[in-house]
Design a protein around this ligand. Structure first.
Ligand SMILES: [Zn+2]
Length: 86
């Protein structure tokens, strides 16, 4: 496994980010930069991620997505969450 500082972070494509949400409870998306997995998240998860990120979304949450440093599919490491606007 590569050390984190040497691995290139993965970014989602705009096509992935602008697809309609499929999960009825989903409010926005969360993208794992380690494995490249895009997930739809609900309101409760979005609130939690904003707290971890230390950033509060103002405006329509559908215009935002979250970048996380790892997800449940990844080997555990420090969780970094960033809120991004589309
Ligand atoms: Zn992951």
């Amino acid at each position: 496994m590569k050390p984190p500082e040497k691995s290139d972070p993965v970014f989602p494509s705009l096509g992935q980010l602008t697809k309609p949400l499929e999960w009825p409870q989903a409010v926005c998306r969360c993208f794992c930069q380690q494995c490249g997995t895009m997930r739809e998240i609900n309101q409760a998860q979005a609130v939690k991620l904003q707290k971890i990120a230390g950033q509060k979304i103002s405006g329509d949450i559908k215009d935002f997505y979250f970048l996380v440093s790892y997800c449940e599919y990844c080997q555990e490491q420090e969780l970094i969450v960033v809120v991004k606007q589309l």
